[in-house]
Design a protein around this ligand. Structure first.
Ligand code: ADP
Ligand code: MG
Length: 226
């Protein structure tokens, strides 16, 4: 185990019988979960939601289909409902399809909030995206290439107030050589924010990316549950 690993807190605290009621989410979100047929949190949700709500950074590894989207979307919506301003969260993901799936989850859960989201991916009109970005969306869900294009082309929007940066499918984001675009984006983000990394695998590269944040993350490793 490296020094870095030792610094990362390991926890395995999933309780089979837990319900969303046992999580510290606001009532309106628990009602949304019930309405949408989410009866029991998955292990990654059970472990990460309380820690995100306590203000921690996250480095979570769990296989495809384990419910990683709601593990970040629910606590972000919970905090967002207290204080809606500017661009509140930025979610980066490697593909257009994933960006739309994530936006859908934010929309269905966030419906009572009148959430404004904005999906920025390649293959769509820059000008339309340009005006969506300048209309102060609460959540921006983007692939790194196109968001970096907007930053470099001078689209008038600001990422300097975001409270949450999510890297979804972090392993694929890094494999796909988005390094330069990620650096362009990270340079626009405030230091005071929570960084949430979700991935199917945790690699050394992902730990390095986590080091863009100065805080020690909460580590969830879904592989330890099997
Ligand atoms: P991952 O990102 O880990 O691959 P997703 O977040 O896309 O997984 O979730 C996979 C599917 O499981 C989605 O259809 C989602 O709506 C559903 N899901 C997630 N969490 C729950 C839950 N707690 N209860 C019921 N369904 C869930
Ligand atoms: Mg996912």
């Amino acid at each position: 185990m490296s020094d870095n690993d030792e610094e990362i807190q390991l926890r395995k605290d999933y309780v089979e019988s837990s319900s969303f009621d046992s999580l510290p989410l606001k009532k309106w979100l628990k009602d949304q979960c019930r309405l949408l047929g989410f009866d029991h949190p998955t292990p990654v949700q059970h472990a990460c939601i309380p820690n995100i709500l306590q203000g921690q950074d996250i480095l979570a590894c769990a296989k495809t289909g384990s419910g990683k989207t709601a593990a970040f979307a629910l606590p972000i919506l919970d905090v967002l409902s207290d204080d809606i301003y500017g661009i509140f969260a930025l979610v980066l993901t490697p593909t257009r399809e994933l960006a739309y799936q994530i936006a859908d989850q934010f929309r269905v859960f966030g419906k009572p909030l009148g959430l404004k989201d904005c999906v920025i991916t390649g293959g769509m009109d820059m000008m339309i995206q340009n005006s969506a970005l300048t209309e102060s969306p609460h959540i921006v869900i983007a692939t790194p290439g196109r968001l970096a294009d907007h930053i470099e082309s001078g689209t008038e929007f600001s990422l300097n107030k975001i409270k949450f940066l999510v890297l979804d499918e972090a392993d694929r984001l890094l494999e796909d050589n988005f390094g330069k675009q990620l650096q362009t984006i990270f340079s626009k983000l405030p230091k005071q924010r929570q960084t949430l990394l979700f991935s199917a695998t945790i690699t050394d590269t992902i730990k390095q990316v986590q080091s863009i944040s100065e805080r020690k993350p909460f580590l969830f490793d879904g592989n330890l549950l099997h």
